[in-house]
Design a protein around this ligand. Structure first.
Ligand code: SF4
Length: 231
């Protein structure tokens, strides 16, 4: 399940220095995805499994310096009960704050993790206009439910929108707007053209800075959320 560990990050958990734990596997295949090694089974099998005990030891060793743990992927929620059991160990053995990154495909699990106090900060990727999720071979219904959970979190949550060429333009944001009402923080993430992507022919040019700024301004005009631009 655990395929990677970064001991210290200052950018992955808003307001906290954190460690990052990467879980392997994903139920989706977004063409612009950079996490090729963590998503494709034929690549994933080359990454060794890292033992939970070792990760918990590392977290405890860093405690005092780090204040949180980011659980990311791949898509962490595909691990269901195993994810829950791992988060229980993190919470009770280290008492660190936990941020969960998700594509929004498993609202039932996310709801139960939140209800049990196992997640302190939720980040969900909103990939394109709802009517275009079928282009990613993904279903928007569970994403909508996860967005509902996220809206109730009162600041301990964010929606991330990767500015993937051809998937996020103003008309897509227009369709996404109603789902972003009451969200407290929206982060626009720049697409990195140099990275390897799941679809090797995914269009490379990232959006020019003036277009990125105009999309951010558009969101600021229509939402009360904090709108961030991340590299
Ligand atoms: S971008 Fe996220 S949801 Fe999409 S394939 Fe990659 S890891 Fe999975």
């Amino acid at each position: 399940m655990i395929k990677g560990f970064r001991g210290t990050s200052v950018v992955d958990y808003p307001g906290k220095i954190a460690s990052v734990v990467f879980l392997g596997g994903c139920n989706w295949r977004c063409p612009y995805c950079y996490n090729v090694d963590l998503v494709l089974p034929e690549r994933l099998k080359n990454l060794p499994d890292l033992p939970e005990e070792g990760i918990l030891f590392d977290l405890l060793r860093r405690k005092g310096f780090i204040k949180g743990v980011v659980i990311t992927g791949g898509e962490p929620t595909i691990w269901g009960r195993r994810l829950k059991a791992f988060l229980e160990r993190i919470k009770y053995e280290t008492e660190l704050a936990v941020k969960l990154d998700t594509n929004g495909s498993n609202p039932e699990l996310v709801a139960s993790l939140l209800a049990e106090g196992l997640v302190d900060y939720l980040a969900m990727d909103f990939k394109t206009a709802p009517s275009r999720y079928s282009e990613l071979s993904a279903d928007f219904d569970p994403v909508e439910k996860t967005l509902e959970l996220l809206r109730d979190l009162n600041g301990c949550a964010e929606v991330r929108i990767t500015l993937a060429p051809g998937l996020v333009a103003k008309q897509d944001l227009e369709e996404m707007l109603p789902y972003l009402k009451k969200v407290k923080r929206v982060a626009l993430q720049k697409f990195v053209p140099e990275a390897e992507t799941l679809a090797p022919d995914f269009p490379r040019p990232s959006l020019p800075p003036d277009i990125v700024s105009s999309l951010a301004d558009y969101l600021r005009k229509h939402l009360s959320a904090e709108i961030l631009i991340r590299c």
